[in-house]
Every structure is written in structure tokens, then in C-alpha cells.
Design a protein around this ligand. Structure first.
Ligand code: FAD
Ligand code: NAP
Length: 340
């Protein structure tokens, strides 16, 4: 394993933000990881795992050992007539895994097609799209503790998954590196196509009883047409989480702002689309120098070239302030911010 110093991270984050790592290690297995932990501890540097950088805002010189996992591997751990359990290395890319599972006849992940990133990062925010969340499939998460190098195995329940949330953002934040995720998938087609955007697309294609392949294709089509490709318009996907309010407060707000959609969320809460709130504050298509809000998607902040972490966060703050002023709703940013 080589450790590189003062390494640029511009090509390692999808917002293409200029930042450098004090040190960077590309690791190929658990031995490399333990060596990296010891190297960082000897220099009193924190260890910062980085996947594809599609859910981070990086700024300045990160005083850390940035660790990128180059591990690969998809292993069948158990299988029966109904389901199969796969162990997948954390360094694997997410979307190719979804596509491969579909080809093998391991079903369930189709709605999560085309989400950028690595398998190791997927549990961090319990990735979700089109009515499906990762938590439905996680059997075990394997990790190494950064302080001791000891292995740790968490069950799906231990991960405390919630909407775009998990134990890895709270009690175990910065404490470990995920090395493998075990996923239980169905051997029988397991189609969930009731999410409105998806149902509409399938309906328009004249598909009445969709197969997993139909769902996968429809999700890929919708995402390709609606979401800006980070390779051409650098972005980190949805910049804000959808806020949740007690149902009574949400209904009161919807009464004052006709057209505000409300979605039931758990017991006693409603979820409000952050994109709607931002759009109705006039931000869609706004541009301030190098950074701006995507003209077709109000939740997406774009670095049009030359923007830095400070500019992105300043714009995000102005957006959140205006939403708070107009709707009295607090927006929380989704990507994790490093440096500053
Ligand atoms: P990174 O951005 O590199 O890291 C994210 C966080 O996870 C960081 O805190 C990092 O330290 C930590 N981390 C990374 N790897 C590990 C590891 N092995 N062990 C411990 N911690 C780790 N998200 C959704 O949920 N649904 C979507 O539909 C969706 N669509 C997107 C569309 C676009 C165009 C973009 C740019 C992003 C989208 N995202 C979406 C967000 C993002 O793709 C996911 O959160 C993804 O899981 C991040 O993976 P990553 O490898 O890029 O993680
Ligand atoms: P959309 O379908 O236009 O919907 C806008 C928002 O309304 C979504 O955020 C969604 O919440 C919510 N919503 C819509 N219908 C819903 C329903 N029936 N029940 C509950 N919530 C509903 O969204 P989009 O922007 O095109 O994205 C489609 C999907 O991809 C969404 O699931 C979205 O989360 C996901 N996505 C995520 C990111 C990211 O970076 N996190 C980026 C792009 C897309 P949910 O977000 O809870 O689904």
C-alpha cells in the first residue's frame, strides 16, 4: 500500500470541488486498512473513508488520512429457493452490482439503479429511491474499528436504519470503515412499482404487470432524463433531505400554501418535498458565479466550474434561510461536509 501526501481530491468528489488530503491511501484489503490506521495514529491524523465522493462537500486541506477502498468481490454466502445472501466488498460500485444481480435473477435492488457510489457507503445514509430503501436487504454489515483495527459485525437492526440515516451517522460516526455488506435478495421477482413517478412511466410505456427488468429500465430512463450527470454538471444529488413535520403542523402549512404535497411518514409525521419548498422560494435555475441551483431540479446544487466548498455551502445556507423565512421549515443538508 502506498500513502500519498498532499493529494488532490478534485477528481474524487462528484461536485469536483478543489480540496487536498494531507495523506491518501488506496487500500486493497483488511491488512492494508490496519496498516493505514496505524500510520494515521502515529501522526495523530483522523482517518476519513471516501468512496466515490458523491455525497460529500470537501473544502480546503483535509487534515486527515483519506482512505479509499479498492476492494472487489461478490460472494454467495447462502441460498435457498426463496432468497439468496450475497457478501459484497465495500469497494464495489453500487450500480454495476444492481445490474449484475438482476442478470443473475437476484431481485429487489432494481428501484435503486443508477445511484452513484460504492457498496461500503450505501448503509451510511440507507440509500433510497423510488419507494425502496437499502435497509430492506441488509443482513449484516462488516467493518473494522479505526481505533483498534478490530472487526465489528452489525445486523440490519444494529444499523438503526431510518430515512437517509443510520447508526453510522450517530453513535458509530467516524468510528469504523465498512468492509463488506451482506444483502438478502429474493430469488422470485419482487416488484415494487407503486412510487408515482415510476408507476406513471411504466403506465406510459403500456406496461401493466412490470417485471424486475421493466422496473430497472424505467428507473434508469427516469433518472437519466431528470437528474444531471455529475460528469457533465458536477453535483452531489439531492443537497437537502426532505423535512418531516408532525402531521398537524404539516397540514396547517399545506392550508396556507396550496399545492404543497404532503407524504405520510411513519406514525404521526408527514414528509414535505424540499424541492417544492426551494422552487417556491424562486431558486430553481439561480446562478451565483460558479455555483447554482439546477434549472430542472431545485434540490441539486451544481458546480459549473471553479466553485469551491465555501461557495457551495454559502449558497446552501442562503437557500435554507429563505425556506425557513417563508415556510418556517428547517432544511438539513444531506451530504457530509469535510474541511472548511
Ligand atoms: P462518499 O460520498 O464517498 O461518502 C459518503 C459518506 O460515507 C462519507 O461520510 C464517507 O466518509 C462515508 N463512507 C464512504 N465509504 C465508507 C466506508 N466504506 N465505511 C465507512 N464510511 C464510509 N442517494 C440516495 O440515497 N438516493 C439516490 O437516489 C441518490 N441519487 C444520487 C444522484 C446523484 C446524481 C448523486 C451525485 C448522488 C446521489 N445520491 C443518492 C447520494 C449518493 O450517491 C449516495 O449517498 C452514495 O451511497 C454515496 O456513496 P459514495 O461512495 O460516493 O460515498
Ligand atoms: P420525485 O419523484 O420528483 O419526488 C420528489 C420528492 O417527493 C422525493 O424526494 C420523494 O421523497 C417525495 N415523494 C414523491 N412521491 C412520494 C410518495 N408517494 N411517497 C413518499 N414520498 C414521495 O423525486 P426525484 O427528485 O425525481 O427523485 C426520485 C427518487 O430518487 C426519490 O426517491 C429521491 O429520493 C431519489 N433521489 C435521491 C437523490 C439523493 O441524492 N439523495 C438524488 C436523486 C434522486 P423520497 O426522497 O423520500 O423518495
Amino acid at each position: 500500500m502506498r500513502i500519498l501526501c498532499a493529494e488532490s481530491l478534485r477528481d474524487r468528489n462528484t461536485l469536483a470541488l478543489p480540496a487536498t488530503a494531507e495523506a491518501l491511501a488506496v487500500v486493497h484489503g483488511e491488512e492494508d486498512l490496519r496498516e493505514a490506521f496505524a500510520w494515521a495514529a502515529a501522526r495523530q491524523l483522523p482517518v476519513l473513508p471516501l468512496g466515490s465522493g458523491s455525497n460529500v462537500v470537501l473544502s480546503g486541506n483535509l487534515k486527515a488520512l483519506v482512505v479509499c477502498l479498492a476492494t472487489t468481490g461478490r460472494e454467495i454466502l447462502r441460498q435457498g429457493d426463496e432468497s439468496i445472501v450475497l457478501g459484497v466488498a465495500a469497494g464495489e460500485a453500487w450500480h454495476p452490482l444492481v445490474e449484475w444481480c438482476l442478470e443473475q435473477g437476484y431481485f429487489g435492488l432494481e428501484n435503486l439503479a443508477l445511484i452513484p457510489g460504492t457498496v461500503g457507503a450505501a448503509p451510511i445514509q440507507n440509500i433510497g429511491a423510488y419507494g425502496v430503501e437499502l435497509q430492506s436487504f441488509v443482513e449484516r454489515v462488516h467493518a473494522l474499528r479505526i481505533d483498534t483495527g478490530e472487526p465489528l459485525v452489525l445486523s440490519g437492526q444494529d444499523c438503526e436504519f431510518a430515512y437517509r440515516d443510520s447508526v453510522f451517522k450517530h453513535r458509530l460516526r467516524d468510528a469504523l470503515i465498512i468492509t463488506r455488506v451482506d444483502l438478502r435478495l429474493s430469488r422470485q421477482p419482487d416488484v415494487r412499482a407503486d412510487y408515482p413517478t415510476l408507476a406513471r412511466a411504466l403506465d406510459q410505456s403500456g406496461i401493466g404487470a412490470p417485471t424486475p427488468r421493466d422496473v430497472f429500465d424505467a428507473v434508469v430512463d427516469i433518472r437519466s432524463s431528470r437528474l444531471p450527470d455529475p460528469a457533465r454538471e458536477p453535483n452531489a444529488g439531492s443537497f437537502f433531505k426532505n423535512p418531516r413535520l408532525p402531521i398537524a403542523a404539516a397540514q396547517e402549512l399545506a392550508g396556507r400554501f396550496p399545492g404543497l404535497p404532503l407524504y405520510p411518514h411513519g406514525s404521526g409525521e408527514a414528509k414535505l418535498p424540499a424541492g417544492w419548498l426551494i422552487e417556491h422560494c424562486g431558486w430553481k435555475g439561480y446562478r451565483d458565479g460558479a455555483v447554482g441551483v439546477h434549472p430542472q431540479h431545485a434540490l441539486v446544487i451544481v458546480n459549473y466550474g471553479g466553485g469551491d466548498g465555501k461557495a457551495v455551502l454559502a449558497l446552501a445556507e442562503r437557500i435554507a434561510d429563505s425556506v425557513s423565512e417563508r415556510f418556517a421549515v428547517a432544511l438539513e443538508i444531506e451530504p457530509r461536509v469535510y474541511g472548511g
